[in-house]
Design a protein around this ligand. Sequence first.
Ligand SMILES: [Zn+2]
Length: 76
Amino acid sequence: MIGADIEGTICSRAQCRAEAVWVIEWRNPRLHAPDRRKQWAACAEHVRYLHDFLAARDFPVSVHAVDAVDAARNAS
Ligand SMILES: [Zn+2]
């Protein structure tokens, strides 16, 4: 089910139905293996909120443009 979390690229923020333009990759070191990555989609308005939510928990987190993620997926 890799990629299912960003299917349709709608923002992952609760109540938000905006189109996502960012993908936030993160991992919970207490739950996830080192090579595991979760993906959240985020609209322009909520990318900072979602990033800060994860960063505040000391989770490894990185943000990528949706276009870049799509390009990488198509190239593989
Ligand atoms: Zn949003």
